[in-house]
Design a binder for this molecule. Sequence first.
Ligand code: HEM
Length: 585
Amino acid sequence: MELLAGALSLAVLPVLVILARWGANRWRYRRVPGPFAPPIIGNLPELRRHGSLHTYMDACRRRYGRVFKAFNKWIDGLVEASPQNGLMIYLGSKMFLFVAEPEGARKVMYKLINHNVGGMLTADRKAEFKANTKGLFAATGDDWRALRAAWQPAFSSSSLEQYARLMDGCALELAASLGRAGEEGRAVDLWREVGKMTMSVVGTCAYGIDFHTMDAPGRASGAEGAQLVQASQRIFEAGLLSGSAWGRPLLLFPDAERVVAWLAARLPDQALVDVTQARKTIVNVSRGLIRSWRTARGGCSPAPSAAPAAAAAKPAPRAPPAAAPAAAADAPGRDQGGKRPGGATGIAPGSFLGLMLEGNGGGRGGFDDDTVIAQSNTFILAGYETTANTLAYTLYAISANPRVQERVLAEIDAFGRDRAPGHADVAGGAFPYLEATLKESMRLFPAALMTHRLVSRPEGFDVQLPGGGSVNVQHGDTIYTASYCYMRDEAYWPAPLEFRPERFLPEGSALAPSLPLDHVFTPFGGGARLCIGYRFAKEEALIALVRLYQRFTFDLEPGVAPLRMVHRLTLSPADGVRARVVARA
Ligand code: HEM
């Protein structure tokens, strides 16, 4: 009996602590409006009613104003995981502030510097999970500065020029695959199809190994390519919470995420075992590739386990991209086996990983191997689904708007139906209308519907409230900048829900936003944390669109329009984008 009483009081204690913290947070942020979210059920019923975070957020913006609060440690995770987990109850005491007005959001993005990548089931610090903690997106402070500098050469004009050739090769493969579907009269899910291409692009650019996902898994070049493709796809399918039953307690006890992650690592279920295995595969294959890379360069000694910050203090010499990344060297005419000329395999010079290793003094200074591998994982994670969704949305929007399609086709035809779109063309403004169309699609359907900043200043951070006055967001709390809301807000955009690419062109000034464009159009975030891959993504999307519209148009299947979206890790088409491929005359 005494034992039972003891156990009960032990169980009650954390609940009381959570209640007390929740109460204190509610009091602290009492001046900020927001839905009532008791610690036991939080926002979940509301989220369920709205179906997805983006519609819920927009409803909050309309109801509570352009700065509102929500209680929920796992607002993203809940939306993603609740349908599959059937979870109705959770305990959470944290408050999140949403800034859905552009000037306030800009201050947050520009003045605060750290992301808050909280623990997932993979919060554990094992090598295979370092992408979550050591990658550029998650890194903080001086570590982040050193990594950001190390990433930069991969996005220089000379690197992009080489990547553009590779992107073109991948776009041609996609076109060939869609052409076959068109000939057979098969409807395809454009989202899935472009996803294979974007995985191919980021994978190949990251490693210089041809991922060949268009016919995956069979054709990736060599064992390494096939293993990397399969492992990366497994991780994506599993999603944020690794598809594991451990996701439930993590959602139920968000304040105890470290304990849950610790337990999950020791008592994993099959889903977690699979994802862990996939991550291990990526790490092991990458380690092998790095080892071969060093051997080929005269056997550099393995990298010491120095903290990345040390690299910032003593910058290592960085070589310019020596040659095109693997497939880029011969793209679009690269050999269909995916091999580089001369039979070379492994990490290609000029690939992202190659550049990181070169810049890292050939492995003798700066980052340890696991940190380098975490960067290539982050490159793939950050660049695959975001770009796939953006392309799928743009294909959808063009197909659903015949007048837009007409102008897109005219612009591409004027460029040439057989001409390869290169870096100079896409970066030099050869496709102004297509670029405006891409922007309009990112405004209405932003793959990243918000970004966030952790308040790491001891004094907190003041956010202006629309009704006057301000609120001090305390150290350790997180602020979300809800670009999805302000990019479709009638206060800033004329006819915000209409798809009108000309608003981004001088001819459409009547539809232009009321604030400077870079204040109110932020699909890539802003400030020092601005998406480092934005030019890469833009070039990839434009090249793919040119290659596809040189050959095809797409007939959306009945029921696709209006498109339903759902927020998972990114804002994604809920049911894909099914269409028939129509060859152009
Ligand atoms: C259309 C495609 C893309 C979209 C919509 C997108 C969006 C974003 C957003 C909103 C952020 C957060 C920015 C902030 O916090 O202010 C971000 C960060 C980042 N993105 Fe992208 N992204 C895209 C493509 C890419 C690609 C292709 C790559 C890499 C090849 C990439 C790599 C990254 C990285 C590494 C970060 C973290 C940067 C840092 O923390 O310093 N992204 N992206």
